[in-house]
Design a protein around this ligand. Structure first.
Ligand code: IMP
Ligand code: MG
Length: 177
């Protein structure tokens, strides 16, 4: 962000909370009694996952995997690297991947293939935001919070060069008029 750009709110904290509650209710219907493993993709999903699980009132487990597709710019490199390994064995587990945003789809497609090889009992994807306009590979998203326009989003866990993850609203950077 420089002096010619400003932050504008796309989704405020109230709208996000409403969506998180709706997703939690859908997930509860499908996962109660399954002791699912909720798998957050670091780092962007940590805020969403933290809010989501507090609306789930049944036994579940949490783990994280660190994946990175972005360098220091807002353009994807297309290459996915495992930056932090998963610690929980996923074999025969009901795994729900929790992601902040599906953009090109490369990260989630990589992860779903990676998990598939480890033979989970089932595998689904929950994304707080979906940016279908930039998709490069098809991805089935089972639970979607919002479909968002082709803007670079920050806040509620999402970053630009590691900044803005702490904003309570989801915002975008816009050139000043
Ligand atoms: P994909 O592999 O292109 O689908 O991108 C997935 C990852 O890129 C997400 O987990 C985010 O970390 C990051 N990303 C994609 N779009 C945005 C954005 O608008 N703001 C911040 N991060 C993004
Ligand atoms: Mg991410």
């Amino acid at each position: 962000m420089n002096s010619r750009t400003e932050l504008r709110v796309l989704l405020d904290r109230k709208e996000i909370e409403t969506a998180v509650r709706r997703l939690a209710s859908e997930i509860s219907q499908d996962y109660r009694n399954k002791n699912p493993l909720l798998l957050g993709i670091l780092r962007g999903s940590f805020v969403f996952l933290a809010d989501l699980i507090r609306h789930l009132d049944f036994p579940l487990e949490i783990d994280f995997i660190g994946l990175s597709s972005y360098g220091s710019s807002t353009q994807t490199s297309g290459k996915i690297k495992v930056m932090k390994k998963l610690e929980t064995p996923v074999r025969d587990r009901h795994v729900l991947v929790v992601e902040d945003i599906v953009d090109t789809g490369l990260t989630t497609a990589f992860l779903l293939a990676y998990l598939h090889r480890r033979k989970p009992a089932s595998m689904k994807l929950c994304a707080l935001t979906n940016k279908p306009s930039r998709r490069k590979v098809p991805v089935d998203i089972d639970y979607i919070g919002f479909t968002v326009p082709n803007k670079f989003l920050v806040g509620y866990g999402l970053d630009a060069n590691q900044k803005f993850r702490n904003l309570p609203d989801i915002c975008y950077l816009e050139d000043k008029a």
